[in-house]
Design a protein around this ligand. Structure first.
Ligand SMILES: CC(C)(COP(=O)(O)OP(=O)(O)OC[C@H]1O[C@@H](n2cnc3c(N)ncnc32)[C@H](O)[C@@H]1OP(=O)(O)O)[C@@H](O)C(=O)NCCC(=O)NCCS
Length: 407
C-alpha cells in the first residue's frame, strides 16, 4: 500500500442526533455531527472486533456510548485517528495523555483489521501517534497490548490454571513451569519484572518489538463466573471480618460518591496511580481532587454503566482506607468490570482487600443480579491482589503486556 491517508476523528459529545434547536443554539456546529457519530462508532467497533479476535472473547468490549465519557475527560485528553480503505475504517490509533503540560507520559494503541495487516498500516498509524506525542513533548510512550491465552501462550484455559507464571509455579498454585509444553516455553517473552509472559510469536508482540518497545510488565486478565460460590464467599467474608476486627467499617454505595467520602475517594484514586505495582513502566502520578471526581461521575452518569463501590473506613480516624468499585453494564447479559481496588499502604495486612471485594460482590448480587461474570486486570507480580481474586474464584483468561518506549 503506497498512499496511506490518516484522518483524525472529531469525537462527538453525544451520539444522539442533533436537533434543530441545537443547531440554532450553536451557529458554528463544526464538522457534520452525523458523520462524526458514524466515524466514531465505526472506529470503536473496529477496536472491539480486533480485541475480540485477539482474545477469543468479547467480554472486554466497551460500547461506543460507554466509552464516550472517557473521550471527553478534560484531565486525560485523547485523540482518535483512522485509516480507510474503500470507504471503510480498517485501522485506528489512539493517543492519550494527562492534561498537565509537565507530564511526559502518553498512552498509545493501534488496531488494524485482520485482512489489512502486514501492509504497513500499523506502522504508519503508530508513527503518526508517536509524532503527535513528540510534538506535545511526551517522550514516554506506554502501550497496553492484550494477548489471548490459547495454545500459543501455553496457558491452560480449560483448567483455569496459569502455567505461564513462574510466580504461580513457585507459589504452588499451578503446575511447575517445567511441565509446560516445550513449544510454549520457547514461545514466551518474559516481562522484565520476572513475573508473567506474553506469546512471542503473536502479531501484536512481534509488532511491538519491531517498533522498539520493551515489555515492562505483564497483567493477568481474570474472569469470575457469576453467581459466586456462596460457600467460598462466606468463608472469605468471615475470615476478612475477623482479620479486620472492629477498627474497620464497610460502606457501600451505587452511583456517585456520597459527599462524606469524596475527599477520601479522590485521595485513593491519586494513590492508585502510584501505589499499584508498575513493573518497569514509569507511570506518572495522576492527581484527583474532589472537583475532578464530581465532574467525572457526572460525565459517566449517562454512559450505560453503573458504578458500585465498597469502601472501608478506619473507625478511629474516620479515614477511608480501602476501596473497590465495579462498572456494571445496564445490559444484564454482559459482564461487570472491576475498576480500582486499593488498600492504603499503612492499612495493609488486615484483609481489607478481601473485605471490600466481598462486600461489593454481595452488593452486585442484590442490586444488579444476572450479570454472567466479573472481569479484572492485575499485575502478575501483585501476589496479594491475585490471592484475593483466586480465593473468590477468578480464573485467568488472557494477558496484557505493558510496553514502554522512549520517544
Ligand atoms: C499489531 C498490529 C497493529 C500490526 O498491524 P499491521 O498493519 O499488520 O502492522 P505492519 O504491517 O505495519 O507491521 C509492522 C511489523 O510488525 C511485525 N509484525 C506484525 N505482524 C506480524 C506477524 N503476524 N508476524 C510477524 N511479524 C509481524 C513485522 O516486523 C512487521 O514488519 P514486516 O511486515 O515488514 O515484516 C495488528 O496486528 C493488530 O491490530 N493487532 C491487534 C491489536 C493490537 O494488538 N494492537 C496493539 C499494538 S499497539
Amino acid at each position: 500500500m503506497t498512499d496511506i491517508v490518516i484522518d483524525e476523528i472529531v469525537v462527538p459529545s453525544t451520539l444522539e442526533p442533533r436537533r434543530a434547536t441545537d443547531r440554532d443554539a450553536d451557529p458554528d456546529p463544526g464538522p457534520d455531527h452525523a458523520a462524526s457519530v458514524a466515524a466514531y462508532v465505526e472506529a470503536i467497533a473496529l477496536e472491539n472486533a480486533v480485541q475480540t479476535e485477539v482474545l477469543g472473547f468479547g467480554d472486554l468490549d466497551f460500547a461506543p456510548a460507554e466509552q464516550l465519557p472517557q473521550w471527553h475527560d478534560p484531565f486525560t485528553p485523547r485523540r482518535l485517528f483512522v485509516v480507510r480503505a474503500e470507504g471503510r475504517i480498517v485501522g485506528q490509533a489512539t493517543y492519550e495523555t494527562l492534561a498537565d503540560p509537565a507530564v511526559t507520559t502518553c498512552w498509545l494503541w493501534v488496531a488494524v483489521a485482520p485482512e489489512h495487516r502486514r501492509l504497513g498500516l500499523g506502522t504508519a498509524l503508530l508513527d503518526h501517534v508517536e509524532a503527535v506525542a513528540r510534538a506535545a513533548d511526551r517522550t514516554d510512550a506506554i502501550a497496553f497490548v492484550a494477548s489471548g491465552q490459547g495454545v500459543a501462550s501455553g496457558q491452560d484455559v480449560a483448567s483455569g490454571q496459569d502455567v505461564a507464571s513462574g510466580q504461580d509455579a513457585t507459589a504452588g498454585s499451578g503446575p511447575a513451569a517445567g511441565s509446560a509444553p516445550a513449544a510454549a516455553l520457547a514461545d514466551r517473552l518474559e516481562a522484565s519484572t520476572g513475573h508473567g509472559w506474553v506469546p512471542r510469536a503473536s502479531s501484536e508482540v512481534r509488532f511491538a518489538l519491531s517498533r522498539g518497545y520493551a515489555l515492562g510488565q505483564v497483567e493477568r486478565i481474570s474472569r469470575l463466573p457469576l453467581p459466586v460460590d456462596e460457600e467460598a464467599l462466606a468463608a472469605i467474608r468471615s475470615e476478612a471480618l475477623a482479620a479486620a476486627g472492629d477498627d474497620y467499617r464497610v460502606h457501600t454505595w451505587s452511583g456517585p460518591t456520597p459527599r462524606r467520602w469524596q475527599s477520601g475517594v479522590a485521595a485513593m484514586a491519586t494513590a492508585l496511580s502510584t501505589d499499584a505495582p508498575m513493573g518497569d513502566v514509569p507511570e506518572p502520578e495522576d492527581v484527583w481532587t474532589v472537583e475532578r471526581l464530581v465532574e467525572a461521575e457526572q460525565r459517566r452518569a449517562t454512559s450505560g454503566r453503573a458504578s458500585l463501590t465498597a469502601a472501608a473506613e478506619h473507625v478511629p480516624t474516620g479515614r477511608l482506607v480501602a476501596c473497590s468499585d465495579l462498572a456494571v453494564p445496564d445490559d444484564a447479559s454482559r459482564p461487570a468490570m472491576q475498576q480500582m481496588t486499593l488498600v492504603r499502604r499503612e492499612h495493609r495486612g488486615h484483609r481489607l482487600g478481601w473485605l471490600v471485594k466481598v462486600a461489593n460482590l454481595d452488593r452486585l448480587a442484590v442490586e444488579k443480579p444476572g450479570r454472567p461474570a466479573v472481569l479484572t486486570f492485575n499485575a502478575e507480580e501483585n501476589r496479594p491482589m491475585l490471592a484475593v481474586n483466586e480465593a473468590v474464584g477468578f480464573v485467568p483468561i488472557g494477558v496484557e503486556g505493558v510496553w514502554h518506549r522512549l520517544l
